[in-house]
Design a protein. Structure first.
Length: 124
């Protein structure tokens, strides 16, 4: 072995048993099945009303990368994981400086404003 290559051996590495691997695979398979269910709803662009968005999305390794193009106010049938992504992850973070009682300045990041919504029409 040369001087610039090192081998690192992990002591106490927790190797999964075959049963644990099977349980993890089954759990992932179940999650994939649940998150891939199609939900029907209306897309709402809160950031630019009347506009559209285009984004690529892939949640699970076995899924292909898909490109979604959604127009404001239109009804779509999309996987549950994409609807959750639009409702939970597409936000604009807002930061501002705050001074505490000791006079120290720090940046406070609030949750921010939601950019998009996917409103389910299945329960209406």
């Amino acid at each position: 072995m040369s001087n610039f290559v090192q081998e690192i051996h992990m002591k106490g590495k927790n190797n999964l048993t075959d049963l644990q691997k099977k349980m993890a695979k089954d759990k992932l398979s179940k999650l994939h099945k649940e998150e891939s269910k199609l939900v029907k709803g209306r897309f709402k662009n809160l950031e630019a009303p009347g506009g559209n968005i285009e984004f690529a999305f892939k949640m699970f390794p076995q899924d292909p990368l898909r490109i979604y193009t959604l127009e404001d106010g239109e009804t779509y049938e999309i996987p549950l994981c994409v609807a959750k992504h639009l409702n939970n992850n597409c936000i604009v973070r807002q930061s501002h400086f705050v001074v505490d009682v000791n006079g120290n300045k720090f940046v406070d990041t609030k949750h921010g404003e939601q950019r998009y919504q996917f409103l389910s029409t299945e329960f209406m």
